[in-house]
Each structure stands twice: as structure tokens, then as C-alpha cells.
Design a protein around this ligand. Structure first.
Ligand SMILES: O=C(O)C(=O)C[C@]1(C(=O)O)C=C[C@@H](O)C=C1
Length: 158
């Protein structure tokens, strides 16, 4: 394999903003304009990642709260209201409302999976008293720490 796969772990510094399959195949002035627009796209994409990370931090807190109080992961009435609002916002921003709805549904379904996982681990902790801890990189189980099952981090944030 000559090209790195999408799944391969690369750091931000490895990013080549000039990477393109068009290099050498288009007028250099056109290429320069394309790269200039792409630099804005790169800033937007980075911002999206930060925004999503903050949103998932907030929904993780919701997931822990729901698990502690045995509330269902999904709240369909809340979702309906969110979708109506986002569709209206999208329209006023000249963004396709159908796309906005699909995007929100995509994120919410991921959030619901996370809620379910938190709820399952919360139930397992309640049943066994063993608190699973995921390593900082989220890749591995590192053992049972000396903390109470009432810990607020759901055992997933160390
Ligand atoms: O607000 C909640 O209750 C959440 O769990 C968060 C959230 C969301 O991602 O916005 C996710 C699932 C629910 O169905 C509704 C909303």
C-alpha cells in the first residue's frame, strides 16, 4: 500500500494542505485559488471537530445522568423539537433543511449508542461493584480503580 489508509493514525502536523490528485494537471493559478479556498475549508473542518467534541462532552454528561436515574437513552419529543428548530435555522441560513435533519439524526443516533453503552456499564457496575476504566486513548481496558460506583465520570473518562 502506497497511500496511507483513512484509518491510519496520523497527527495534525502530518496534514499536507496541498495534497491533491490535481497537482500538475491544472493551471498553477487555478491551483493556487483552489488551495486558498481549501485553507478556509480546513479551518471550518477543524472548527466542526472542536464543536462536535464539545457537544459529545455535554451529551456524555446527559448519558451519565440518564444512566444514574434509569432514564431511557432516547427522548423522541425532544428530538422532534430539535429537528423542527434546526430545519428552520437551516432555511434561514440557506442550508438544505433535509441535510440539517439528516446530520442531526446521524449525531443523535451516535449519542444514543453512547448512552446505551454508559447505561450498560452503569448497570454492570451496580451488579458487580467493579468499575471498568478505559485507558486515556479510549483503546483499552486498564482495570478496576479504587473509586466508588457513584463516581460521576461513568468510568469512561480517565
Ligand atoms: O437531551 C437528551 O436527552 C439527550 O440525550 C441528548 C440528545 C442529543 O444528542 O441532542 C440525544 C438523544 C435524545 O433522544 C435527545 C437529545
Amino acid at each position: 500500500m502506497t497511500e496511507p489508509s483513512h484509518a491510519e493514525h496520523l497527527s495534525v502536523e502530518d496534514f499536507d494542505p496541498a495534497a491533491s490528485s490535481l497537482t500538475g494537471a491544472v493551471d498553477p493559478a487555478v491551483m493556487a485559488e483552489l488551495l486558498s479556498i481549501r485553507s478556509s475549508i480546513d479551518n471550518f473542518d477543524a472548527t466542526l471537530v472542536y464543536l462536535l467534541a464539545e457537544r459529545f462532552k455535554a451529551t456524555q454528561r446527559v448519558g451519565i445522568l440518564k444512566a444514574k436515574h434509569q432514564l431511557p437513552p432516547a427522548d423522541p419529543s425532544r428530538e422532534k423539537a430539535q429537528i423542527q428548530r434546526l430545519r428552520a435555522l437551516a432555511e434561514s441560513a440557506h442550508l438544505d433543511p433535509a441535510f440539517a435533519e439528516k446530520f442531526l439524526n446521524f449525531i443523535i443516533s451516535e449519542v444514543i449508542h453512547h448512552h446505551q453503552a454508559i447505561s450498560e456499564s452503569h448497570s454492570a457496575v451496580a451488579a458487580t461493584g467493579v468499575v471498568p476504566v478505559v485507558s486515556r486513548d479510549g483503546q483499552g481496558f486498564v482495570g478496576a480503580p479504587d473509586v466508588s460506583p457513584e463516581t460521576d465520570d461513568g468510568g469512561t473518562t480517565r
